[in-house]
Design a binder for this molecule. Structure first.
Ligand SMILES: Nc1ncnc2c1ncn2[C@@H]1O[C@H](COP(=O)(O)OP(=O)(O)O)[C@@H](O)[C@H]1O
Ligand SMILES: [Mg+2]
Length: 143
């Protein structure tokens, strides 16, 4: 496990970009961390690093955003997903089978199920008293 401290949104985006160099298709990246932690910011860098050109936005309402590119990224928000049936219906396993990289915000909602996919785990937490600082722990890969 490695820990990183970022001091701006841009630094978190950059960390996401660095991760892209280390992942291949079919990899699940499971994010934890509350609202406004910086999960979507991290995914923006991840998508850019994978060469995706579609704009990155929070998939809160759509459940999943798919970004096309040489290494496509399926970006899930599992906030309202709590069963394997819902996860399957959202296409989670289809994207994996297709060889997309699959990022999941709010993975804490389905921790046991996602554990079966051997995910890279990324936890993003605020730092008390420092509005633009985040503590980011990454397990399952070294950057
Ligand atoms: N170090 C940082 N890393 C990421 N985001 C930051 C940081 N500092 C401040 N922010 C702000 O926090 C918010 C993170 O939003 P977002 O990435 O959508 O979070 P989440 O997807 O976890 O809800 C943005 O408004 C961003 O500008
Ligand atoms: Mg988000």
């Amino acid at each position: 496990m490695a820990e990183y401290i970022t001091h701006s949104r841009a630094e978190t985006v950059e960390l996401g970009r660095r991760l892209a160099a280390k992942v291949s298709g079919g990899q699940v990246i499971a994010f934890t961390g509350g609202l406004g932690a910086g999960k979507t910011a991290f995914c923006e860098g991840l998508a850019a690093g994978l060469g995706c050109t579609d704009p990155v936005s929070s998939p809160t309402f759509a459940i999943v955003n798919y970004y096309r590119g040489p290494r496509p990224l399926a970006h899930f928000d599992l906030y309202r997903i709590s069963t394997e049936e819902d996860l399957n219906a959202a296409g989670f396993y289809d994207y994996l089978d297709q060889g997309a990289v699959v990022a999941a915000e709010w993975s804490e909602n389905l921790a046991d199920l996602l554990a079966a996919e051997n995910p890279i785990r990324i936890c993003i937490a605020p730092v008390a008293g420092e509005e633009n600082t985040r503590r980011i722990t990454i397990e399952g890969v070294s950057l």
